[in-house]
Design a protein around this ligand. Structure first.
Ligand SMILES: CC(C)(COP(=O)(O)OP(=O)(O)OC[C@H]1O[C@@H](n2cnc3c(N)ncnc32)[C@H](O)[C@@H]1OP(=O)(O)O)[C@@H](O)C(=O)NCCC(=O)NCCS
Length: 216
């Protein structure tokens, strides 16, 4: 049976998630994108959805009132903490996450993707990698062998996660940042865009620069 999918969030990553889903459909996946829900859609984003022929389904409350049942959802939201809150709410009413992978992404052997993962165009994932629940990997990012990305991690465009790296729950790695091999980045860290992480990073800090530095 055709899987119906709704994207939560109409902003940047919401519409990038639509790109992934539409590419999957074009490649033959048996799914139907019903539309987008958003609690505070801007007029610009409403027009952008209309322009590409995607339905706006209303706020989360309005959509949930329609008892969507067997519909699966993709969290099109870049901020890890917001994703964590929404998952609790959506799972509580029995909705299931959808795992969306762009057909141009590549994967090595023995890589596992948990529910709700979104992998965008041009991503390269090596072997023995674990992508936790609702991990987002943005376009052209590279994930090295044996890396372990815990739940709600966001890897922004063109970032490089080297081999054997552990990225803690809820951490965001900024665009074009690099984390060197064998390191651990803690939970709820932000690695600034363009930073190079050369030492393990404790939880809850913002690490920026080359080499990356942070205040504890
Ligand atoms: C690091 C980051 C989280 C800081 O955000 P912020 O708290 O709003 O910081 P501000 O923009 O107020 O900048 C604070 C200071 O940090 C510096 N700074 C900001 N981002 C930086 C970065 N990536 N690397 C080095 N320095 C940075 C600013 O120049 C500023 O320095 P100053 O105090 O000497 O003027 C953010 O800039 C960042 O890099 N986020 C990742 C974003 C990303 O990946 N975007 C692409 C999305 S697709």
């Amino acid at each position: 049976m055709t899987q119906q999918v709704v994207v939560v969030g109409a902003s940047g990553f919401g519409r990038e998630s639509l790109d992934v889903l539409e590419a999957m459909v074009a490649a033959g996946a048996d799914l139907e994108v019903l539309g987008v829900v958003d609690d505070a859609i801007t007029s610009a984003n409403r027009a952008r959805l209309a322009d590409r022929g995607v339905a706006f389904l209303g706020t989360r409350t309005e959509w949930l009132a329609t008892a969507p049942g067997a519909v699966a959802y993709v969290l099109g939201i870049g901020a890890p903490g917001v994703r964590r809150r929404l998952v609790a709410e959506l799972d509580a009413v029995g909705l299931r996450p959808f795992t969306a992978v762009h057909p141009s992404a590549t994967f090595g052997a023995r890589t596992t993707l948990a529910e709700g993962v979104v992998v965008c165009a041009g991503v390269a994932v090596s072997n023995n990698v674990k992508l936790g629940r609702h991990v987002h990997v943005n376009p052209n990012a590279t994930i090295g062998h044996d890396a372990d990305l815990r739940d709600f991690v966001s890897i922004n465009p063109a970032a490089v996660i080297s081999g054997e790296v552990v990225v803690g729950e809820g951490t965001l790695v900024g665009a074009a940042a690099t984390v060197l091999q064998n390191l651990t980045v803690g939970e709820q860290v932000v690695v600034g865009a363009g930073g190079v992480v050369t030492k393990s990073v404790p939880s809850g800090v913002v690490a920026v620069g080359v080499p990356a530095r942070w205040e504890e």
